[in-house]
Design a protein around this ligand. Structure first.
Ligand code: UT7
Length: 317
């Protein structure tokens, strides 16, 4: 049904911030971060924006797909940390690569790339779209409170992109939203209107870690089961799982509960941390570049996060 993935790309900024570097900012340790989260280092932007990352990732995805910018009919980007609302991240990519197609952003926090992919699938199924670029791009370092040790050790910056085209590889998908701000909240800049009397919150990511953890484990397990069943497959048929890289312990739990061996999971959290909407997209690109995924392989992708939201899909490569 609907699509196949023609090419992928990704980009992370050059600067690496290690756990030891963070001990100079907050009361933490390499041991705590590695054991409780699984991150050893993350890439942090010095002077590039989420849109810049998206441009690099999209260019690489086009090259990997073997198509030119003129052949792109749609660009959708997902981000919660763009430096400008307009132009959008997708619009910046459109201008930079020299495409002339519609381009717009969506936001569903860490699930954003899979929401964007599902949206692109719907456009392709409607007809008239040949190639779409789907992107997840984040400068999470912009929306982190660098004095809060419960969040600043977790996140990282980067972008991933995929070029999708009509095909028969999107076997099933599920999107989930439970809108509330109790567990995860990312307020945006409150402005300085002299008339506004409402609360102006600090524009930083807030997260109840333990509640998010429980949500994440149950969603990753249930969503992957559900889409596998909907695709008419068994969990044993899955060749690769591309999970959101939020916490290595969440991936371990999911692997045990789904009885899918850990070797089938793409894991890069130790090098990048949690790059929110870019996370699954970067991991997908790494799987593609590794040469481990072959045409016909069954790939499950799963993400969860702010919203609260979750998303999963099954793809035949
Ligand atoms: O992408 C969005 C989705 N996000 C997620 O999926 C995140 C899910 N949650 C998690 O990954 C984990 O809950 C965290 C990594 C955020 C936190 O790990 P935890 O094992 O749940 O720790 P906790 O919040 O229960 O805190 C345990 C202890 C506390 O100290 P006390 O109260 O027991 O003395 C914290 O203050 O660990 C302390 N702590 C830290 N210690 C050293 C919290 N952050 C740190 C830190 N370094 N960076």
């Amino acid at each position: 049904m609907a699509i196949k993935i023609l090419g992928t790309g990704s980009y992370v900024p050059e600067k690496i911030v290690t756990n030891d570097d963070l001990t100079k900012l907050v009361d933490t340790s390499d041991e705590w971060i590695v054991q409780r989260v699984g991150v050893k280092e993350r890439h942090i932007s010095v002077n590039e924006t989420a849109a810049d990352f998206a441009i690099y990732a999209a260019k690489e995805a086009l090259e990997s797909a073997g198509i030119s910018a003129e052949e792109v009919d749609l660009i959708i980007a997902a981000s919660v940390s763009a430096d400008s609302v307009s132009p959008t991240v997708a619009g910046s990519v459109q201008a930079a690569i020299g495409a002339s197609c519609p381009a717009f952003d969506i936001n569903s926090a860490c699930s954003g790339f899979l929401f964007a992919l599902d949206t692109a699938v719907s456009y392709i199924m409607r007809g008239g779209i040949r190639n779409a670029i789907v992107i997840g791009a984040e400068r999470m370092s912009k929306i982190i409170d660098w004095t809060d040790r419960s969040t600043c050790v977790i996140f990282g910056d980067g972008a991933g992109a995929a070029v999708v085209t009509p095909g028969d590889g999107y076997l099933a998908s599920k999107l989930f939203t439970s809108g509330s701000n109790e567990v995860i909240e990312i307020p945006s800049y409150g402005g300085d209107s002299p008339f506004f009397e409402g609360e102006k919150k600090k524009p930083y990511a807030f997260m109840d870690g333990q509640e998010t953890f429980k949500f994440a484990v149950s969603k990753m397990t249930d969503d992957v089961k559900l889409v596998t069943e909907e695709a008419g497959l068994r969990l044993e048929d899955i060749d690769h799982v591309v999970p959101h890289q939020a916490n290595i312990r969440i991936i371990d739990f999911a692997s045990k509960r789904l009885k899918i061996p850990k070797e089938k999971f793409v894991v890069n959290i130790e090098r990048y941390g949690n790059t929110s909407a870019a996370s699954v997209a970067i991991a997908l690109d790494e799987l593609n570049k590794s040469g481990r995924v072959k045409r016909g392989d069954i790939v499950a992708m799963s993400a969860f996060g702010g919203g609260l939201s979750s998303a999963a899909c099954i793809i035949k490569w």
